[in-house]
Write a protein that binds this ligand. Sequence first.
Ligand code: NAI
Ligand code: MG
Length: 474
Amino acid sequence: MRTIDRIYIDGAFVTPHGSEEFALFNPATEERIGTVRLGDAKDVALAVAAAKRVFPAMARTTKAERIAMLLRLRDAVQARTDDLAAAMREEYGAPAYFTGFSVRNTASIFEVMAASVENYAFERMAGSSAVTMLPLGVVGAITPWNSNFGFIATKLAHAIGSGSTIVIKPAEQSAIQTQVLLECLHAAGLPKGVLNVVNGTGPEVGAALTTHPDVALVSFTGSTPAARIIQRAAIDTMKRTVLELGGKSPTIILDDADLDTAIPVALMSGFANSGQACVAGSRILVPRARREDILARLKQEAENLKVGPAGDPDVRIGPLANAAHWERVQSWIRIGLEEGATLLTGGEGRPEGLDKGWFARPTIFADVTNTMRIAREEIFGPVLSVIPYDDDEDAVAIANDSDFGLQAYVLSADGERALRVARQLVAGRVVINGAPHDPHAPFGGFRQSGLGREIGAYGLDAYLEPRAILKPAA
Ligand code: NAI
Ligand code: MG
């Protein structure tokens, strides 16, 4: 049993003022594995005060100083790769392939930001005026449980890159992962107060952060409903917001696609992170003329994907993160059936052979129309919808007919044709033919998928604001 009873304020692990406790579980076994003591609004006030005190010094740091901090953070994460992976395996249950990616990616986020700072023009000219891109002040960040390390690292990297200071409220159910990551970040020896982390719930600690008058920018990753509350709370003091939210991303299989390569890509885009990914390709758009063939292949290959606990390296799909989320995903499967979609594979309950753990059956619905709720709302589990289309134009229209616009996938034997389709899609990122993750590409969404972008110059722009100095000609 782990007891997490400290939060991180002003460069030190301290006992929070808040005293409420929250239980932590292993989602593959449903066993209680620990307890976290939650902070409260008083802890947020102390953390924001610490971040505010050091902000003027942080804002004056040079590019070289920021880059040095970022590279120390990268090294500190790399030094404890195995401990980070172990925490993620136990508390989140992700398959080995995803845990490995997550830990490498966490280190890479700091390195990519170091390169972005190097290349960013903080000093510019506009007409005859000198423009300086200035940090906003204290950043309040709120992160979810589906990629705890990556989201904490992203928010911190942007704060340091821009010369800001930060108070982070991670997802309370990820406290063991947060603790190990924090030990790494602490070892990097940032100036006191630059990084502060307060465990707690959204309505208590999250709300205290989003209403605090000394927080200048709120950076949030999570659900669209929580983002609405956060944005309303931020209005009174005119906080800037960067919001990375949900999606209902389309995977368009064009009629010339080679199914040997397209089907595995479509399935892994949909079931990535056990379906708990904002970028999941959860709507698979298939040409009507090849429907039968594609459905047969999807069914066969989905049923070959191994579901189970993280210890087995062949596992592709792990458990859902918590009991409430398992129930929510089950109810989505019932909604799909009630709406008249055809169950191609999967369904309610646990996969065969797994009698404990929050495992859901990898589920694919066929005969889905784009007006059904399972095609319009984010499910955040291994539940995919197959929607038939007539021609490329129809595919683009269906893909774009969504409240979201985070990511899209195009699969074709012809790269030029895939590109023509990609250029018509309203999405923050369009991935052609299973292209690998690009850590330098801007990340964020159109419409209700969010506001602003993270990563690179696009991410720095959101954390900075221009000051122009106008003076008479000499
Ligand atoms: P959530 O959006 O409620 O939680 C994300 C973070 O926001 C957590 O740290 C939470 O404590 C905080 N939060 C919640 N309410 C808040 C409030 N009023 N003020 C400030 N902070 C608040 O997500 P939840 O409830 O864990 O998951 C529900 C659904 O949200 C999922 O089924 C999925 O559809 C979506 N989701 C999307 C994510 C993404 O990466 N886009 C990540 C997590 C959830
Ligand atoms: Mg919630």
